[in-house]
Write a protein that binds this ligand. Sequence first.
Ligand code: DC
Length: 519
Amino acid sequence: MIVAIDGPAGSGKSTVAKAIAKRCGLTLLDTGAMYRSCALLCVQKGIDVYDPANVDEIVEVSRAAQISFEQREDGQGVFANGQDVTTAIRTHEIDVAVSPVSAIAGVREAMVAQQRKIAENANVVAEGRDIGTVVFPNADVKVFLTADPEARALRRAVQRAGGDAAKDKNATADQASVEEILADLKRRDAYDSGREVAPLKPAEDAVHIDSSLLGVDEVVAKILSLNEELKAMDSTETAPDPAPDPAPEPEVEAKKVEATPKKAPVRAKKAEKNALGPMHAFGGNTFDDYYDHAMCDYPVPAKLFYGLVIGVVGGVTKALWPWKIEDIEKLVVKGEGRVIIMNHVGLLDPMLVIVSCGVRGIAVRPIFKSEFNVNKLTTWFFSRVGGIPVNRGTADMKCIRRARASIDRGENVLVFPEGTRVKSDDEEVTVHGGFALIAQLAKAPVLPMGIVGVRDLRPKGAKIPKFFKRVYAKVGDAITFESLGVKGKKQLVETMEKVAMDKVYELRDFLRAEHPGKM
Ligand code: DC
């Protein structure tokens, strides 16, 4: 049995390969450690690995290098010519020196020969850059593991801060450190992919898995499901199954990461239920339980409370500020997860959407800034009304993951890209593009809405809002990524961000023209 896992730095290869080796009793072959060992031996010999004149000497050192591995309680030990190099190969100096060394054809020949020898008499899970293409082209399982550069950078940043994003799916990190690591990762990706010998590229028959939003167990389960024999080797009885249906979901979903249409909400919901388990009927649920579960799975008391909130808020706001949503039929669509976006002028904005959908049994999950969770009471309230908190100013993958999961289940996610209430047209507004990223990851459309009238309810300095003033909102047509006419992940997100926000402002301006005086 040979399992080949290739992919760029930070895609989670090592963690996933380690987990598979442990669960299935395979020998772990960390080929990156072998190239690192060669680089270290050269550096120790005082060879300048950046000088092309030293290529022959570097190849000689690599040919003579005897590299072996030892399983230990705390991981894998690496030995080069009998010397324990486990920690010495992970320094910054070697991080840098390994690139020119691993790009030399003679070095690769020597290492590939050793790698094949190790696999002669053992079942192995090998991870690297060329395993499926060069080292083991006939591997039983071939995986190309990727992740958004941002997600990979976040993992490394969390690791540097002493955490483990592989174990803690909800980990966050300092934005500046994420950005610095991101730049470095992009440089290394370009180097590994652009070199002449054995560049980083997926084997034609490799299954692509995007680990950006998946935990280790989910990636491992996907890989195990690719091969019956491998699955049978799994010693873990409670292995989570990401594909409850017998349909060949991993291949289909994994290979067409960008092209597949949105997953059927029903299947996603089943998987979600399997992974999370039911909520407690009375008490005992954490705030996270509310953020992570489908609203239809909330316990009965929470549902009753929600119904009460919808009724009271709907009744009171309609009586005090008669509001109307034009083209509401475009909003109240059941079972289709979408990202709803709107300009933000006042507290009434989210209420209109939540009430209109809530009375029709349509779930809307407002993304709210975590600063609103000032105490247990507010946290309790926002969690009961389906809110999902976002830590602004950080790469909040936890929020993005939750929003995406909600959409997969057929719920709507409500985002105010302006971030904060815009009190005047003269204010400089920063549009946050997170909504487009969520939509893209969930392969969902964006539904633009515009609203006017709420700003007039509380003129500057007024303590009490003005009553009996009308508020109008208008719903646009859902915007799909296919309709944007551009290609490439980045261009798609950037174009969606612009097109959708332009639409929001177009709807707002339409309402202003239709109802003169309303802002
Ligand atoms: O996976 P890693 O970061 O430990 O790998 C260290 C370097 O070795 C990396 O810059 C790319 C290179 N490498 C390679 O060229 N081929 C492999 N099969 C594995 C690693």
